[in-house]
Design a protein around this ligand. Structure first.
Ligand code: IPE
Ligand code: IPE
Ligand code: MG
Length: 254
């Protein structure tokens, strides 16, 4: 199996950029399934079904490009406001694709992690999710972080509670509470902050996604609806990222 560096070398050459200009962690707000379906006079769920297939394809594209982590926003804590039938259909689809992507993850050394809360998720989905996580736990290639029932504000509230509990138990002092401590208590503990955040379907908002972690991510919006998102779109976003000057508050360009 090729190493990250070998893959990155090939990607850089093909895209005419350097290895250092390739994002290590890409996060995607997968939006536009409903509009994709509406444009075709199809039910919204058909858009979600097609979108599910793109999840697997995009994960494979990430693997072949040499990306270290890919985080995908699949369901927000606010998406419970949708009609019951759509939610039911979505939960069923998530179960299906969590099982369906197992061979792809095992073959390509992908490790699945979940970010979000398990509250309110159906039992069947929770079982499928935890079995896929366990099965891939020993894989050392790309990390696929699935944001399912994820909300950034509740994540920060949960982190504050965990930290308060550790303080109360005498395991932490006030001086220990710093940015690293906060990061370590978020659902994303252990993951690098995203370098590049992509949103499809032309919406220019964050919708409660990774508020803490995207402080210095580069933001890329595409008009493409998620079910039409392909490797060319991903590569276009990477090239756009490569041409950004990340300054992190300083005045140097990279
Ligand atoms: C994204 O597509 C998928 C989820 C949020 C579950 P949408 O369902 O939000 O599609 P639009 O925005 O209505 O087109
Ligand atoms: C954000 O999309 C959540 C996901 C992609 C899972 P939404 O479609 O729910 O976002 P809003 O409601 O347009 O902000
Ligand atoms: Mg939407």
């Amino acid at each position: 199996m090729e190493t990250f560096d070998e893959k990155l070398g090939k990607t850089a050459e093909r895209l005419g950029i350097t290895i250092e200009q390739i994002p290590r962690h890409i996060a995607i707000i997968m939006d536009g399934n409903g509009r994709w379906a509406q444009n075709r006079k199809l039910p919204r769920l058909e858009g979600h079904r097609r979108g599910g297939k793109i999840v697997e394809k995009t994960a494979l594209d990430g693997v072949s490009l040499g990306i270290e982590s890919l985080t995908l926003y699949a369901f927000s804590t606010e998406n419970w406001k949708r009609p019951k039938a759509e939610i039911k259909g979505l939960m069923h689809l998530y179960s299906q694709y969590l099982v369906g992507i197992r061979p792809m993850m095992m073959k390509n050394n992908v490790r699945l992690v979940h970010i979000g809360t398990i509250e309110k998720l159906p039992d069947k989905l929770l079982r499928d999710l935890s079995e896929s996580i366990e099965m891939t736990a020993g894989n050392s290639g790309m990390v696929l972080a699935l944001a399912l029932n994820y909300g950034s504000r509740i994540e920060i509230v949960d982190a504050a509670k965990k930290i308060a509990q550790q303080y109360k138990d005498g395991k932490l002092s006030l001086e220990d509470i710093d940015e690293q401590c906060m990061s370590d208590n978020l659902y994303t503990a252990g993951l690098h902050d995203p370098d590049l955040l992509i949103r499809t379907a032309n919406e220019k908002r964050i919708s409660n996604f990774l508020l803490w972690q995207i402080s210095y991510s580069e933001f890329y919006v595409t008009e493409t609806y998620w079910p039409d998102f392909g490797k060319e779109d991903l590569e276009k976003a990477i090239v756009a990222y490569a041409n950004r000057a990340r300054r992190f508050g300083s005045i140097k360009t990279k």
